[in-house]
Design a protein around this ligand. Structure first.
Ligand code: SF4
Length: 495
């Protein structure tokens, strides 16, 4: 479809009420096939964002770019990769946490200033972005997008130093909130993580080339060796002189997002120095200690809760079964049936195995309940398959508070646990039993110290104060930024 046209309305998004991943970033310096490796890296990080993606390459003198709306294989093909020469590249997959689904908001975001082309990819949310943007606009800045990321390059342009890293340090000093970044010029790649370390970012090496990625699964796919995390507050520069590390900021309270372990990161990744798979299994074992239920089988709703369910089954001795089967070939949109078929959108994705479930007492392990509407439909589907009892255990505490640091549940009204007591949620979902893991149990399963984590969406205790009127689309609603986005998001197809 031509850029600028809305998607057809008879296609219904396969959206459920799961929290949306934020973004994934990848960068590489010193490889003759940098674009192709970035393409593979983005493939591995696709779970972190499915709305848009892009790759920027540099060959020492110029920067090339290709971006679009859609999944990595929808946006890139052989031809588009061949048009991206260079020995360095950065890439980005996006699910918007600030700004709508518009091509102009696809990243990496590219700008030219002072004879230099620069591209940036961002994972996180800047909590003081609106205030900075208004100030910059009052001073005459003109913005191209409705993303918080754009303010970083504007700030860099105002403090242009001899080195890109100096401009970046100057810009980052003004920012509050969460960011893991990759940044490219024609001859350098930079990677940076906010001083609290909210979002993961790791470093790798492959035959003399240097890599940065949101998760280690991207390094694995391109057969790079994992070196270490980019430390909170660290800026890493990769160029012809090798790898240089800068730590320009005072140490800050660590605030690693614990929900990366519970839900977001891929189970085959290592984040914050720990295996996600093993943490999830320990979350299941912790649930078994806190909620030792009687049941005939333990099951997940694929693909959420699977590894915690394995942990629960191993700890209790109750058999693990795949009581619902996922159709892996359903796209993000599908055509509605012409006549009414009840719960079609649930069954097209997950179908119960009736012979396994009929007359059984089932313990479902979930990794989160945000709005509850999809979970309710799935429980109903189990009942219709003849299940005798449905209990549900959630491998984290109730989400009672919004996230302002990069996850898309930024309104309290979206959270069922913010409105209802557990018994009411249980009844709404149609369950015989509903239990959540305690905060202490969740933290203990990570085998890390409690004070290294952000726990705000569970505790309501926010380490970084938030601007008033913050929202995902605040730049689009804001009087300081009237623009073509007024009237709500417009969905565009890939270029
Ligand atoms: S509020 Fe929750 S989801 Fe957001 S960064 Fe903190 S732990 Fe992660």
């Amino acid at each position: 479809m031509e850029n600028g046209k809305r998607k057809t309305v008879n296609q219904v998004g396969l959206q459920d009420d799961q929290p949306r991943e934020h973004c994934g970033i990848f960068g590489i310096y010193g490889h003759p096939d940098a674009a192709r490796l970035t393409y593979f890296g983005l493939y591995a990080l696709q779970h972190r964002g499915q709305e848009s993606c892009g790759i920027i390459t540099g060959d020492g003198s110029r920067v090339n770019q290709h971006r679009g709306l859609g999944l990595v294989p929808e946006v890139f093909d052989q031809q588009s990769l061949e048009r991206l020469p260079g020995h360095l590249a950065i890439g980005h997959v996006r699910y918007s946490t600030t700004g709508s689904t518009l091509l102009v908001n696809a990243q990496p975001f590219v700008v030219q200033h002072g004879g230099r082309t620069m591209a940036i990819g961002h994972n996180g949310n800047l909590t003081n972005a609106r205030e900075i943007r208004c100030r910059l606009e009052e001073d005459g800045s003109i913005f191209q997008s409705s993303m918080d990321t754009e303010i970083i390059v504007h700030l860099m342009a105002r403090h242009r130093g001899a080195q890109v890293v100096d401009s970046l340090i100057n810009a980052l000093e003004h920012l509050k909130g969460s960011y893991s970044l990759v940044l490219a010029t024609a001859d350098q790649v930079l990677a940076a993580r906010d001083p609290h370390g909210f979002r993961p970012l790791c470093l790798g090496q492959l035959n003399g080339s240097w890599l940065a990625a949101s998760e280690t699964c991207a390094l694995d796919l391109v057969q790079a060796d994992y070196l270490r995390e980019v430390e909170p507050g660290e800026i890493v520069v990769m160029d012809a002189a090798g790898l240089h590390c800068h730590k320009p900021f005072a140490p800050a309270l660590p605030q690693r997002c614990i929900f990366e372990f519970v839900y977001f990161a891929r189970p085959d990744s290592q984040i914050f120095g720990k295996s996600v798979y093993q943490v999830r299994k320990r979350l299941g074992a912790a649930l078994a200690r806190e909620h030792p239920l009687q049941g005939d089988l333990v099951m997940p709703f694929p693909d959420s809760g699977t590894y915690a369910a394995l942990g629960y089954a191993a700890a209790t001795g109750i058999p693990f079964e795949m009581g619902m089967i996922r159709n892996h070939y359903v796209g993000r949109t599908f055509i509605q049936p012409s006549q009414t078929m009840r719960d079609f959108s649930v069954r097209v994705k997950l179908n119960p195995v009736k012979e396994l479930l009929k007359g059984r007492r089932v313990i479902v392990i979930e990794d989160s309940i945000i709005r509850g509407t999809t979970t309710r439909s799935r429980v109903k589907s189990l009942r219709e398959a003849g299940v005798r009892e449905v209990s549900m255990l959630v491998s984290c505490p109730p989400h009672r508070f919004p996230c302002y640091y990069g996850i898309d549940f930024s309104r309290k009204g979206e959270l069922i646990a913010a409105q209802q007591e557990i018994e009411r949620i249980r009844d709404f979902l149609g369950l015989n039993y509903l239990g959540y893991l305690s905060l202490e149990g969740m933290v203990a399963a990570t085998e890390m110290e409690r004070d290294t984590f952000c726990l705000s969406c569970f505790s309501g205790d926010y380490p970084i104060p938030l601007e008033a009127a913050f929202s995902k689309t605040c730049f689009e609603e804001d009087l300081c930024a009237p623009g073509p986005w007024e009237g709500g998001p417009v969905i565009y197809e890939a270029e």
